[in-house]
Design a protein around this ligand. Structure first.
Ligand SMILES: Nc1ncnc2c1ncn2[C@@H]1O[C@H](COP(=O)(O)OP(=O)(O)OP(=O)(O)O)[C@@H](O)[C@H]1O
Ligand SMILES: [Mg+2]
Length: 261
């Protein structure tokens, strides 16, 4: 469903490309993992897929095929329309991604205002349904709350609700659990697994933590300095890493064993 071919991202201010000829694909209804250390180019990859990189700051080349349509060949207007509808995005810091002065409900409804014509009543109905889908207790209360009134885990669930409200085909998850404590992390991962299984939404899950990827992703790629050094079944990456960098990543996992999908 998503096929990334030879993706290269150059920030104009940097000498070396942040992403350098990266190719991978996310199967329809599947979850693909992207793992790598800080600065390896994971976020730049996600931003370029979502069309969120400012072209004044970076140039993007290669092909990003969403169900066969190359997003990089579209006009920026076409692209915004398509990506806004078909691709949902969840980032690391839910608190930073939200407007502190705006109630959660309004923020969850945001994409409904941008894409499609829904009455206020329809928007609220969809937002409450999405909050319930994200397993938030008392969606009515969450809907009326301001970000500071919710825990980090509840905020991330609200972000997931916002990302899913238009029923996108693809969810980009950039370190969705990194800012959360371990128990909440596990809850969010199991929520994502359930949403994938029940709604069939395809996912690209980005993390610096091999364990997070191991929990949810049958296949994954390992990124270093803008390149993919190894791609394959996650289980095999754990069991028999080939690239020295993958070996290092596996060795850094306490216990080192595969415990996932
Ligand atoms: N706006 C920018 N301008 C210039 N260089 C940037 C910009 N954003 C990122 N970079 C550079 O691009 C490279 C890749 O950064 P990126 O944020 O994609 O890494 P990452 O793998 O997401 O790291 P982290 O795990 O810390 O989130 C880094 O060298 C970074 O310094
Ligand atoms: Mg990042």
């Amino acid at each position: 469903m998503l096929e990334v071919q030879e993706l290269t991202v150059r920030f104009h201010s940097a000498e070396t490309p942040a992403v350098n000829g990266v190719s991978f694909s996310v199967p329809t209804g599947g979850i693909f993992g992207l793992v790598g250390e800080s600065g390896s180019g994971k976020t730049a990859t996600a931003l370029s897929i979502a069309g969120l990189l400012d072209c004044a700051a970076a140039s993007v080349s290669g092909r990003i095929l969403l169900d066969g349509v190359d997003l990089l060949s579209l006009s920026s207007k076409e692209r915004r329309r398509l990506a806004g509808k078909e691709i949902g995005v969840v980032f690391q810091e839910p608190a930073a991604a939200m407007d502190p002065l705006m109630r959660i409900g309004r923020q969850v409804e945001e994409t409904l205002l941008l894409h499609g014509r829904f009455s206020a009543a329809e928007r609220k109905k969809k937002a409450l349904a999405a909050l319930a889908e994200a397993e938030l207790p008392d969606p009515e209360r969450v809907y009326r709350s301001y970000p500071h009134e919710l825990s980090g885990g509840m905020l991330q669930r609200s972000m997931i609700a916002a990302a899913l409200i238009l029923r996108p085909k693809l969810l980009l998850l950039d370190e969705p659990t990194t800012a959360l404590d371990v128990t909440v992390q596990a809850q969010i991962l199991s929520l994502l697994g359930r949403l994938n299984a029940e709604q069939g939404v395809s996912m690209l899950l980005i993390s610096h933590d091999l364990r997070v990827v191991g929990r949810l992703c049958p296949t994954a790629a390992v990124m270093k300095d803008g390149r993919l050094v190894e791609t394959g079944e996650t289980e095999a990456l754990f069991r028999a890493p080939r690239h020295p960098y993958t070996k290092k990543l596996v060795a850094s996992v306490p216990g080192g064993e595969y415990n996932g999908a």
